[in-house]
Design a protein around this ligand. Structure first.
Ligand code: PMV
Length: 307
């Protein structure tokens, strides 16, 4: 039994989303997790996950191992106490700790492959809830945007504790993703923003209100087929992310390089301080913007079309 899940990027509203403001996120199909589950002659649940150098049996993993946790949580959820004899292979092309949702994607693909194999298919809603529980174990206070966009595999307009809204672009648009190669310490940046917010709630609340307007306007432009106007909103959103201290010199260098190379706008994406930035481009200039990002230090670039 096989299942796959895509990566993701946040287009607008990261950090503000933790404070109940809307954010927009989209799946990225160029990177993905593939999971295969099959019967095994060996006793137990044998896991092979080369990207994290894991080859072992479930009960021998440390109790907080991210992959072990997903499987045990799922078994618990399904009321399975006697572990089946199976072999689980996990392959991923999503870079780890880069803000591309690798953890949530592993959880989604793993849960779907296991539940199909065990003949216990779960609804998207149940998968999403389970993955959110797992995200909370590893990341403290996540907003839930990663698990949602990856579970539904569609653009989402996300607000904490509100019904999920997916949306469809009126016209496709192209984004270049540039990776600083520096791990994004999301838990740390979210914690720092919390401390700063506590010290100056008025200022931070008004920044988050501005970002909320940006996300709302962006959704409207995307749905009405005017994505070329998103560039300016990206630039503004990046300024607000700088003000709340989650950008970094490396991210700023890539953002400036993208704009100089002809991008219509650029911003960091995700938790910040490392990880990825994104740039909106005309399809014809995608390759040259990607090249400019690599010359400016990006460790890898991805060109993706949102449709
Ligand atoms: O670094 P990522 O892509 O996992 O994104 C974090 C996004 C934040 O808004 C900063 C945190 C969250 O849980 O939404």
């Amino acid at each position: 039994m096989k299942s796959s899940a895509p990566g993701k990027i946040i287009l607008f509203g990261e950090h503000a989303v933790v404070y109940n403001r809307p954010a927009l996120a989209v799946p990225v199909d160029q990177v993905q997790v593939d999971v295969e589950v099959s019967d095994s002659d060996k006793l137990g649940v044998w896991i092979d996950a080369p990207m994290v150098d894991l080859h072992g049996e479930l009960s021998t993993l440390p109790s907080n191992h991210p992959i072990g946790t997903v499987i045990l949580k799922l078994f618990q959820h399904l009321g399975i106490s006697l572990h089946p004899n199976i072999s689980v292979t996990i392959r991923s092309t999503i870079p780890v700790a880069a803000g591309l949702g690798s953890g949530a994607a592993v959880s989604v693909a793993l849960i779907r492959a296991l539940t199909s194999f065990l003949d216990h298919p779960l609804s998207n809603e149940r998968v999403n809830d389970l993955v959110f529980e797992i995200e909370k174990l590893h990341h403290g206070t996540p907003s839930g945007i990663d698990n949602t966009v990856i579970t539904y595999n569609m653009p989402v307009y996300y607000m904490k504790d509100k019904p999920i809204e997916t949306f469809k672009p009126g016209k496709p648009f192209t984004i270049v993703i540039g990776d600083t190669g520096i791990p994004a310490p999301t838990k740390e940046s979210v914690g720092d923003v919390r401390r700063l917010w506590l010290r100056d709630q008025n200022r931070f609340e008004s920044i988050f209100n501005e970002v909320a307007q940006i996300s709302t306007m962006a959704r409207h432009l995307i749905e009405t087929g005017r994505p070329e106007l998103l560039g300016e909103l990206m630039d503004h959103n990046h300024e607000f992310l700088q003000q709340i201290t989650v950008s970094s010199p490396e991210l700023d260098v890539l953002v400036v390089a993208a704009r100089k190379a002809g991008a219509l706008g650029a911003k960091l994406s995700g938790g910040g301080r490392g990880g990825n930035m994104i740039a909106l481009v005309n399809p014809a200039s995608a390759e040259s913007v990607a090249g400019a990002l690599r010359s400016a230090g990006a460790k890898r670039t991805i060109i993706t079309t949102i449709q």
